[in-house]
Every structure is written in structure tokens, then in C-alpha cells.
Design a protein around this ligand. Structure first.
Ligand SMILES: *[C@@H]1O[C@H](CO)[C@@H](O)[C@H](O)[C@H]1NC(C)=O
Ligand SMILES: *[C@@H]1O[C@H](CO)[C@@H](O)[C@H](O)[C@H]1NC(C)=O
Ligand SMILES: *[C@@H]1O[C@H](CO)[C@@H](O)[C@H](O)[C@H]1NC(C)=O
Length: 944
């Protein structure tokens, strides 16, 4: 191999082909290709790989949405944006935010009512007095309504069209339908069941995201009853258990065939150009801290409430900022972002609030609660539309003015005292707020107050100084404006929705009741012939001239009153002019001519001209806890509550007299309302309530002479579902207990025996007709001599004849019932739905009727509560006279409780002769005021 180094075969192909030309010459093309490939294999591989990569990249840029990888396998470096669809949706949201009109809707004479019923006949109401809800009165005009709109208001409208229905209002007042801006109707339906209570989502304190429309029950019995009181629009709010309660909705109280909540909305079918408001409810003060504090949860204090509220608003503020940032960025690019428009359903309504699209209604009472909320609103830049309840708002108009808008105060006329934050209230508040230029609305908080009687809230505010038309505004245009619907409802003017009420008398008179109510031009009640208005008896006599105690009379024990319009002191009312002569604290004469008595008075005594004022006995409050509790929610202010017990031991019966406390605010206010005597039973969860005591409301202590009228006025029991307990789980166990204790004690010298034998009256609180029937039977069969009276008695009218026959009296509590409970569903709610009320039916059948106090704070309204029945007698036959009505709260109660003996009226009058109350006119007139009170010990005085 030494000489032939070249010829040696290379150990690889390349070497041999390069170095062997002979062989190369003889290679075929295929062979050459093969060789080439062999030689350049790695280069070719590299090129193919590069082309492949380029190809992939090309595909990726040309078809971006192609799902090359399952979502969760995106390589980190390849994160794509959201879809174009999501981007479009986000942009639409941005536009909606910017486009949404937030300006107030203005009245427009040419607008259409989107709720109009296409087949409703147009109506011409002739001969009306219009109260327009904005302070104007138009005398003797006609009103033409068509297509759900008030089309024309003018004198003597002539229409050629014969198909128009004509209603002669015969000179009655026609006003706008009332607007109740605080109602829980439909979410707290009548009768109340656990199953239908949808007022508060109290599982967490912040629920701005829940909505009343999702729970509103269009079949709530209250809807028709409330409409029968002239209320046509309500704002249905969630309750106040939560700091943020949720969204509210505004409904009209006209039933719709579809049973659709959405069709009942005031804003149903409105056009895009109108501002479609949203409403929200928040609450501060006692309620949320009580609800959550009791569970050991935040908030347990106002501190916690404020923090939680601010924290949630801060989250909403951040979300709003994210949305605004997103929108701004989206405006400047056509590209796609990594995330869509930022949203969170739980914050959606709050962000809307921050954007000024929501009218916020806040439940707050105390001055510092109101201030805290105003502070939060300025911190987070949201608008408070109205403070609700707000019983102390009248003290802080300057704080209300710190807000950039006019905050409406939606308050009660005179409801107070049920908890601490409502305890220091005064009924002059609406008038004081009005004077301070703060818009005032009155509302019901239905079912807290029955919204049916919303108009009476306005009437009461006139008693405390609010001018009449301003008072009418508090339930019409002011609440309508506060809920952003003031261009459609709350006024009777051309271009407004045809929501009207024909009143049976001036709306602010006591007992005012609708004859007919229209919503969207549709009449709601049976048609009646409208009688001309009875001439208004003006019986308010120059109140201003004799307000307060005349100097010369102050403290006088002997004096002469002249020119009284009426005296109700005796067995019969005496019509004036009447003279009343009082000598040394006792009435010596009350007659048209007291000449002899006057002559016999030794020294010259002061005389006073009553100018027609009324002389009325002191009223008697029964059924209340006056003297036993100041603030029901505060244990330290109360005697406490007797627990349920099945003990038969008569010694375990408690007596209210042992827990009596004088001088409290509740007693003072009752006294100012002319209540000189109270009969209070213990507070109890037991079937045996205890023994009531009768006492003078104006006394200073139990030791004062005459303070105690009776330490054992009556023996009280209660029967019914609200008395069920582990001791008495059934009505039957309650009745059985009564039967046992009476059977056991028929001859015993103890309270049960005395009750059974009629030595002490027996008062049983009960409402249901069958429970009352069972008690009538029990009396007849077991204790025929008992002096039994029913208290409550909502369904007693169904047994009126039997009650009269057995001489069982009925003390209605309240005087005007509601079918709020299952055992009260047969309540008569009055015109235009029922022919009279329980009081009328019972009185007609000869049952002795009393009217009890239902709410201690409202004891001062007892005179109104009773004369209401005189004002609303359904017929001559069923008439209750003013004197009858006064007896319901004076002598009838004294007779039922044995404080005066029926058979000896003269002696009774002698007992009464020491005290009376002088009113400036009839209590039937809400303008009448108590001028002064005369008692034997105090002489003439007025307790300011
Ligand atoms: C406050 O909110 C309103 C909308 O309700 C808005 O127009 C205004 O710019 C906001 N002001 C501030 C300081 O954010
Ligand atoms: C508040 O009410 C007064 C009196 O009606 C009115 O003059 C004023 O313009 C209102 N202010 C706002 C901010 O609406
Ligand atoms: C109401 O009842 C009275 C007494 O029963 C009766 O005379 C009157 O006709 C009734 N009215 C109506 C409208 O039913």
C-alpha cells in the first residue's frame, strides 16, 4: 500500500468521489442527486425547519383568532386580548354612561301617558273644586281626561263627542292621587305571613343589589284598600334592617290584567327620551346595629355602620374609576384589551348611584345620624334625595343645607316614641321644616301606618301649624318631586297622568274619604251618584284669640265660663250658649242660664267668654301601657313583661299599680290630648295579663290625693295567635286554661272568682270571630254573671247581635282596623269599600262600644280616633253622633270598667264634676285646640 497512496479507497464516499474522476464520469443523475442530498443533508434540514417556523408565524398573524392552543395551554408569551364582541359591548356601556340623561323630567302639556288603557272611555268631571297639589285652588271647573292624561281643566267644558262619560262632582274637591313615598306594600303583604315577608334581606348588612320588584306581590290585599284612601302612587322600599337595603320601585295602585309587576310600574313603557330613575334605600341608626349587633356581627354600633357603608362605597368608587379608565382608553384605540369593561353585579347599583342615576332614600332619625350621612355623601359625592322618618331633622336644617341639593324630609306627621331615636320628636316638626325652606313629605311606612289614611297625616300636620295647601303638598307634589316623578303624578294639571281623587269633603277635614279614585283615567271603585257637598259647619271659634290660658283664669278655683258652644258633661249633650260655673274646684252649674249659681257666689270671680268652645269630659285611655313604659325598646324605661306561665295560682297574677310611674313624656303628651284618666294593664306574654289600674294621668305620684282611681280596675286576659308560646302552643290550650281557672275558682275569693262572679270586669283581648264566638259560649255556659268585654275585636262586628244579647262590650283596638293578621282578615276598612266600620255595625246593634289606645305615642289622638266614626257614618240608620263618639272614650269605658255605675248617672256626673277640658271647637274639626284643662287639684291650667 506504500506506492499507491491515492488508490486507497477512502473510508467515506465523499473522499472517494472527489478523488476518483473515473467513477464520477459514470454516475447517473439520480445517483448525483442522492449524493448531493447526502452531502448537504444538514443544510437542507435547517432550511425546511426555518420555512416551517415562518409558515406558522404567517398563519398566526393572518388568522389571529384561530385556536391554535386550547385556552389553558397558551404559552405565556402569546396572551391574546378579549374578543371584538366583548370590546363592542364594553364600548356600548361607555356610551350609555355618557349618554344617559340625568336631568329632571319637566312637565309637558303635550305628553302622552305610556300606561294609558287603549279602551278606556274619556271622562268629563263637571263642577269640581280643584286642589292641584301645587298650592292652587280652582273653583267650579270641569276636568277632561282622555288617554290616561289630564287633557283640559277649564270652566264649563263643552264636548260634542257623546261617547264621553260625564261625572257630576257636585261641587266636591277633586285632587291629584296621593303619592306615598315610603311603603312596604307588596313586600310585606296583608295578611302578614312568614312566607310573604320579603322586606329585609337580613343575612348581611350591605345588600344594595337586591330589588323590591323581584318580590312585590301584585295580589297584596293592601293595594286596593290603600287605593280606596286616594293613594295612587307608592314607592316600595326595602326595609331598614340593613345599612344598604336595596333598590326600590315605584308602582301605581291600579290592578293590571297581566298581574305583571312591570306593568304596574309608574315608569312602565316610558320612552327613551325620559329620564328613567332608579331608587335606593339605605338606613342608619338603631335598626342595623340592633339586627347585626344581636348576632355578634358587625355593625353593632354606629361606628361600624359608618365604616361598612364607607368601605362599600369605596369599592364602588374604585369600580367606577376602573370603568371610566377603561372607557377613556377604549376611546383612544381600536385595539383589544386584555379585559372587558369592568363590572360587578353586587356593586352595579351603587356605581349607578355614584353616577347620579339613583334617587337615594335614607332612613335616619337622630341629628348625628343625619349629619354622618350628609358627611358620607360629600366624601363619596353622591346625592341624598330624601331622609325618611328623620324625626329630628327639624333641629338641623343647616346640616341638611350642606348638601348641594334640596334634601326632602319624608317624615311622620306625629308618629313617635317607639324607640330611642324616635323619642324626642315633636309634631310641630313638619311646620318648622317648612318654615326653614326644607321640602317636607308625609308618608306611611306602610304597614307601620296604614297607607289608606295617608291624607289624615297631612290633616294632622295642619293642626300643628302647617298651612293647608302646604300640608296637601306633603302627600302630593312634594313626594312626587322627591322621587323624580313630579312631572307626571302628584299634581292635577294639564299634561299630568289622570290619577285623580273625588273627595267626599275637603281632603284635610277629619274623616275625608274618596268617593272615586282614577288611575291613568280608569275609575277604580263602584260608581255612585255624588250628592252635593254638605255645607261645612265651621265650628272653630277664633282659636287665635283665646290660645293659651287667659291670665285672669290661671289657677283659678272659682270662675264662670260663658258662651260655650256645646257641653258634653252630662247625660246628654247640651247645645250652647252655655254657662259653666265652678266654685272651689267643683262644677256647680252647667246650663244655658246659671243666674242663681252666679248670684250665690260670694266674691267676684273671673269670667271668661269661650266664644263657642266645647266643654268635654276628660278622656279615658285604655289598652295602652301609659305609666308602665316610656320607650318600648329600652328595658330600663319599662316595668317589664310578664312571662307566659300555666300556673293556676291566683297569687301569681300581677297588678299594674305596682309598676306605675308618673311624669313621663308619654303621659304628658296624652294629658295634652285631653286624656285625664288612664287604665293600664301589665305588659304580658301570658294568657293571664294581670290586673289593670285606673289613675290620673296628670298626677305627680301615687301618693297624691286622687291619683289612684282604682288599683284593680279589671282582670285582663289575651287569646290568639300572638299569645302562642311554649306554655300555650295552641288557641285551644289558651281557651282550656280559661275554662279551668274559672271552673276551679267560681266560689273562691280571689281574682279569678271575682271575675267569674262579675265583681271585677273581665277584659279579654282577642280579634278572631271564632275565638270571640267561643268566648261568648264560655261566658254563657260557665260564667254568666261575668262582666265581660272584648278588647281588639277586629272581627266582632260579625257577632254583633250575639254580643249585644249577652251584654258583652267591645273596646275596639285600634278603632280603625286593618286586615294585617290572619285572625283579622274580616276587618271592615270603611268607605268606599265597606258599608261603615266595626264601630258603626256594633253601635247599630246596641253593643256598648269603647275605643282603645293602640299606640301609646298616639294616645293624644284619642278624641280624633273616636269622632272619626261620627264623621264617617255610612247612613242615617247607622249614624254615630259626635256625642256617641265622645262616649266611646269617656263614659262607655268608665261603665265597662265599673268606674261609674250605669244605673246611677247622677252620681256619676257628680264624680265627673271636678274635671273637664275646654276645646276651642268640636274635636271633629282638626283645627280645634285644647284651650285649657280644669281639675280639682290643679284648677285651670294648660300643661305646656
Ligand atoms: C360628583 O358626581 C357628579 C355626578 O353625580 C359628577 O358630575 C361630578 O363631577 C362629581 N364630582 C366629583 C368631584 O367627582
Ligand atoms: C332648592 O329649593 C329652592 C326653593 O324652592 C330653589 O330656589 C333652589 O333652586 C333649589 N336648589 C336646588 C339645588 O335645586
Ligand atoms: C249600609 O247599611 C245600612 C244598614 O244596614 C243600610 O241601610 C244601607 O243601605 C247600607 N248601604 C249600602 C251602600 O250598602
Amino acid at each position: 500500500m506504500s506506492g499507491k497512496g491515492y488508490s486507497s479507497i477512502p473510508d467515506n464516499g465523499e473522499g472517494s468521489s472527489q478523488h476518483d474522476p473515473l467513477i464520477i464520469k459514470e454516475l447517473t443523475l439520480a445517483k448525483r442527486t442522492e449524493l448531493f442530498i447526502r452531502r448537504h443533508f444538514y443544510h437542507i434540514l435547517m432550511i425546511v425547519f426555518i420555512i416551517l417556523i415562518l409558515f406558522i408565524l404567517a398563519i398566526y398573524t393572518l388568522i389571529p383568532d384561530a385556536p391554535l392552543f386550547p385556552n389553558d395551554q397558551y404559552p405565556a408569551t402569546l396572551k391574546p386580548g378579549v374578543s371584538e364582541y366583548t370590546m363592542e359591548q364594553g364600548r356600548a356601556k361607555c356610551n350609555a354612561i355618557q349618554d344617559r340623561p340625568r336631568q329632571k323630567n319637566l312637565p309637558n302639556k303635550n305628553r302622552a301617558n305610556p300606561r294609558a288603557e287603549p279602551n278606556q272611555t274619556p271622562i268629563l268631571i263637571k263642577n269640581a273644586i280643584v286642589w292641584d297639589g301645587q298650592g292652587e285652588i280652582l273653583n267650579n271647573v270641569d276636568i277632561y281626561i282622555e288617554n290616561g292624561i289630564v287633557n283640559k281643566i277649564a270652566k264649563d267644558i263643552q264636548l260634542k263627542d257623546k261617547s264621553v262619560k260625564v261625572i257630576d262632582a257636585a261641587g266636591h274637591v277633586v285632587g291629584p292621587g296621593l303619592v306615598d313615598m315610603h311603603s312596604h306594600m307588596g313586600v310585606s303583604s296583608w295578611p302578614e305571613f312568614d312566607a310573604t315577608d320579603d322586606t329585609n334581606e337580613m343575612t348581611q348588612p350591605l345588600t344594595p343589589f337586591v330589588r323590591t320588584i323581584d318580590a312585590f306581590n301584585p295580589s297584596d290585599k293592601a293595594i286596593r284598600i290603600v287605593a280606596s284612601g286616594g293613594v295612587t302612587t307608592v314607592l316600595v322600599l326595602p326595609g331598614s334592617g340593613n345599612i344598604m337595603g336595596g333598590e326600590a320601585y315605584s308602582f301605581k295602585l291600579r290592578p293590571v290584567d297581566t298581574l305583571s309587576n312591570e306593568d304596574m310600574l309608574v315608569q312602565a313603557h316610558i320612552k327613551d327620551e325620559e329620564t328613567k330613575w332608579r331608587w335606593m334605600k339605605m338606613a342608619c341608626g338603631e335598626n342595623p346595629k340592633r339586627v347585626y349587633g344581636n348576632r355578634g356581627q358587625m355593625p353593632s354600633t354606629r361606628l361600624g355602620e359608618a365604616y361598612l357603608l364607607r368601605a362599600e362605597l369605596s369599592r364602588a368608587q374604585s369600580l367606577k374609576q376602573e370603568q371610566d379608565d377603561w372607557c377613556q382608553a377604549a376611546q383612544h384605540t381600536n385595539g383589544r384589551f386584555e379585559t372587558g369593561f369592568p363590572q360587578d353585579l353586587s356593586l352595579e347599583s351603587l356605581v349607578s348611584l355614584l353616577r347620579g342615576e339613583v334617587l337615594l332614600n335614607i332612613h335616619c332619625y337622630e341629628t348625628h345620624d343625619i349629619e354622618a350621612m350628609v358627611r358620607h355623601s360629600l366624601e363619596f359625592n353622591f346625592t341624598i334625595s330624601a331622609f325618611h322618618h328623620a324625626l329630628d331633622a327639624y333641629r338641623v336644617p343647616e346640616i341638611l343645607r350642606r348638601a348641594p341639593n334640596n334634601i326632602t324630609v319624608a317624615t311622620f306627621a306625629d308618629h313617635w316614641g317607639y324607640k330611642k331615636e324616635a323619642f324626642q320628636a315633636i309634631p310641630e316638626a313638619p311646620k318648622i321644616l317648612f318654615d326653614a325652606g326644607i321640602p317636607v313629605a308625609l308618608k306611611s311606612d306602610h304597614p307601620v301606618l296604614n297607607s289608606q289614611h295617608l291624607i289624615f297625616e297631612a290633616a294632622k300636620s295642619t293642626h300643628y301649624g302647617l298651612p293647608a295647601q302646604e300640608a296637601f303638598k306633603t302627600v302630593t307634589s312634594t313626594p312626587a318631586n322627591a322621587i323624580g316623578l313630579g312631572h307626571r303624578v302628584g299634581s292635577l294639571r294639564v299634561g299630568y297622568d289622570a290619577d285623580l281623587v273625588i273627595w267626599d269633603r275637603e281632603p284635610l277635614e277629619l274623616g275625608a274619604t274618596p268617593i272615586q279614585v282614577f288611575i291613568d283615567g280608569v275609575p277604580l271603585f263602584e260608581e255612585t251618584i255624588i250628592e252635593p257637598v254638605a255645607e261645612k259647619k265651621t265650628r272653630v271659634n277664633n282659636v287665635a284669640a283665646i290660645r293659651g290660658i287667659p291670665k285672669k283664669l290661671e289657677g283659678a278655683k272659682s270662675f264662670i265660663l260663658k258662651n260655650a258652644g256645646y257641653s258634653f258633661l252630662g247625660e246628654k249633650p247640651t247645645q250652647g250658649p252655655i254657662q259653666v260655673v265652678v266654685e272651689d274646684g267643683a262644677i256647680v252649674c252647667s246650663a244655658p242660664d246659671c243666674g242663681t249659681s252666679i248670684a250665690s257666689i260670694q266674691n267676684a270671680v273671673p269670667e271668661f267668654d269661650l266664644q263657642g268652645g266645647f266643654v268635654i269630659p276628660g278622656l279615658v285611655a285604655v289598652g295602652s301601657q301609659l305609666g308602665l313604659v316610656e320607650i318600648p325598646s329600652e328595658k330600663t324605661t319599662s316595668d317589664g313583661t310578664v312571662a307566659a306561665s300555666t300556673s293556676h295560682d291566683p297569687k301569681s297574677i300581677v297588678s299594674a299599680v305596682d309598676g306605675l310611674k308618673f311624669g313621663g313624656r308619654k303621659l304628658e303628651e296624652a294629658y295634652k290630648g285631653g286624656i285625664l284618666t288612664a287604665i293600664s294593664a301589665p305588659m304580658s306574654r301570658n294568657v293571664v295579663v294581670g290586673v289593670s289600674t285606673a289613675f290620673k294621668t296628670g298626677a305627680e305620684s301615687i301618693l297624691q290625693e286622687g291619683a289612684l282611681i282604682s288599683s284593680a280596675a279589671a282582670l285582663h286576659f289575651q287569646i290568639g295567635s300572638n299569645v302562642k308560646s311554649s306554655q300555650f302552643p295552641t288557641i285551644s290550650s289558651q281557651i282550656s286554661f280559661l275554662r279551668q281557672i274559672f271552673t276551679e275558682n267560681l266560689k273562691s275569693d280571689n281574682r279569678y272568682g271575682q271575675g267569674a262572679r262579675g265583681e271585677i270586669p273581665i277584659i279579654i283581648s282577642v280579634n278572631n270571630k271564632d275565638e270571640i264566638a267561643t268566648l261568648i259560649h264560655l261566658k254563657k255556659s260557665l260564667i254568666p254573671h261575668a262582666r265581660l268585654a272584648i278588647m281588639g275585636g277586629v272581627e266582632a262586628h260579625l257577632l254583633a247581635a250575639q254580643l249585644a244579647k249577652e251584654k258583652i262590650a267591645v273596646i275596639l283596638q285600634p278603632g280603625l282596623c286593618t286586615p294585617s293578621d290572619f285572625d283579622s282578615i274580616h276587618c271592615l276598612t270603611g268607605a268606599p269599600l265597606t258599608n261603615g266600620t266595626s264601630a258603626h255595625v256594633l253601635n247599630y246593634h246596641g253593643v256598648k262600644v269603647g275605643i282603645a289606645v293602640f299606640d301609646d305615642g298616639l294616645a293624644r289622638n284619642l278624641a280624633w280616633d273616636s269622632v272619626w266614626f261620627a264623621a264617617t257614618s255610612p247612613s242615617k240608620e247607622m249614624e254615630i253622633t259626635e256625642f256617641d263618639a265622645i262616649r266611646f272614650v269617656t263614659s262607655n269605658l268608665q261603665e265597662i270598667f265599673g268606674l261609674r255605675v250605669e244605673s246611677n248617672i247622677n252620681e256619676a256626673i257628680a264624680n265627673e264634676k271636678e274635671e273637664f277640658v275646654v276645646w276651642s271647637g268640636s274635636p271633629l274639626d282638626v283645627q280645634s285646640k285644647i284651650l285649657f284643662i280644669h281639675t280639682k287639684s290643679g284648677g285651670i291650667h294648660y300643661p305646656v
